[in-house]
Design a protein around this ligand. Structure first.
Ligand SMILES: [Zn+2]
Length: 415
């Protein structure tokens, strides 16, 4: 009994320690620029600042409401399941694996359906502000596809988790964390080939000035860039962006068509240089390494928490039953733990992004273009240059636009 009581506090301590260690050990040690102070009003008109604030404030509220609704549903299902739900989960339990997968898929669809009205309001607001170019039909088509993909993952995940709990009742987190890291690596590798084409068209950057320039930049940076793709982001958004995806043979730099069409060449160069910084820093591998360090403790915590939640709703048992009845408690615990651990991961992400910015500035030596790019990205994405601090600390994956303009300013002054 004593050991059971300590399981949850030990798991919390282990997770905090692992997240702190991983974030500290993997943070970039060189290449960071101390940002100069920036007054947003010097770079953005009052109308631009107002537009972003009016759009983003309510979008944040909608996002939070969505978290509360999904968390609330999982909490009710885990702690006080309505009789009909309990019966359905018990019925699913008669076919352990298939039933578990079906229940997992069903829970994920219920969560999508419950937050759909909030998402619809968010979409309508994005259309109204000119950020989204999607009509309702196309938007619903995306929701349908994403829900189907999510249900397949949730079903497979639920079946897998219950199989692990059956085989290793108290130590499912150990094989679970090995599998989670392997699956994440597989996901990064396969996503550009399997998932992303479901939603967008990717075409290799055609031969021409830009392609030559990208390859030249890559050569100067001394990195193997893989392929460079243009993606038809404009079918959904007027926002501009770029990213690095894939691993090994699927490694690629992807540039939004909105970026290529609406941003001047020197600013596109800055984006490409930033993405090359990620390739040079092996940042996708860095992310996987972070996951490998954190996930054993985090999944230990999720299991301990699920046992506690399940015990509370069902007469204090410490063991998780390997049946669909345990899925709400498991899903709720995983959601809570990944939110908390994700906030720690975002600390690393912001530093990695800051390093890629420093890399871009040193590679291009065009701080004005870099500053113009950060300004242009912020305006095109209707994002706030200086979002509320608490929000940024918890959820920000990149330095704020104000900080990024500050990198450019500091670099320009140093030269
Ligand atoms: Zn980046």
């Amino acid at each position: 009994m004593e050991r059971h009581r300590l399981r949850l506090p030990v798991a919390v301590a282990a997770t905090v320690a692992a997240a702190a260690l991983a974030t500290f050990a993997l943070r970039p040690r060189t290449g960071l620029i101390e940002p100069a102070a920036v007054d947003p009003q010097a770079y953005f008109s009052p109308a631009e600042l107002e537009r972003a604030r009016e759009f983003r404030g309510p979008q944040r509220a909608l996002g939070l409401a969505g978290l509360v609704v999904s968390g609330g549903i999982l909490a009710v299902l885990a702690l006080r399941p309505p009789r009909r739900v309990r019966r359905a989960l018990e019925a699913a339990g008669r076919r352990p694996l298939g039933g578990g997968a079906a229940a997992g898929a069903a829970i994920s669809v219920v969560l999508v359906a419950a937050t759909l009205p909030l998402d619809a309001v968010g979409h309508a607001r994005a259309v109204a502000v000119g950020l989204s170019t999607q009509g309702w039909g196309a938007w619903l088509g995306d929701v349908g596809k994403a829900t189907a993909v999510g249900a397949v993952f949730a079903g497979a995940g639920a079946g897998g988790v219950l199989a692990l709990v059956r085989r290793f009742p108290r130590r499912a987190w150990i094989p679970g964390s090995v599998i989670a890291v392997a699956l994440s690596a597989g996901f990064v590798f396969l996503s550009p080939l399997v998932l992303e084409p479901l939603f967008n068209r990717f075409t290799p950057l055609p031969r021409g000035e830009l392609r030559t320039e990208v390859l030249e930049l890559a050569e100067r940076a001394g990195v193997e860039v893989g392929e460079v793709f243009r993606v038809d982001a404009s079918r959904r958004t007027t926002g501009a962006n770029a990213y690095v995806g894939g691993l090994g043979s699927t490694k690629r730099v992807v540039l939004y068509d909105t970026l290529l069409e609406r941003f001047p060449p020197d600013q596109v160069r800055s984006v490409v240089a930033h993405e090359l910084g990620h390739v040079e820093g092996r940042d996708l591998l860095r992310g996987l390494a972070w996951l490998a360090i954190v996930s054993p403790a985090a999944l230990f915590l999720a299991q301990a928490l699920a046992e506690r939640v399940q015990g509370r709703g069902h007469g204090g048992e410490a063991r998780l039953p390997a049946t669909p009845a345990a899925l709400p408690a498991i899903a709720l615990s995983l959601a809570l733990v990944s939110f908390a651990v994700g906030a720690a991961g975002n600390v690393l992400s912001r530093e990695v992004e800051a390093r890629a910015d420093g890399f871009a500035l040193r590679l291009t030596e065009e701080p004005e273009a870099f500053i113009g790019l950060e300004r242009g990205l912020s305006v095109s994405n209707v994002s706030e240059p200086d979002p509320p601090e608490a929000w940024h600390l918890l959820l920000g994956t990149h330095p704020t636009t104000v900080e990024r303009i500050g990198f450019g300013l500091a670099f320009g002054r140093e030269r």
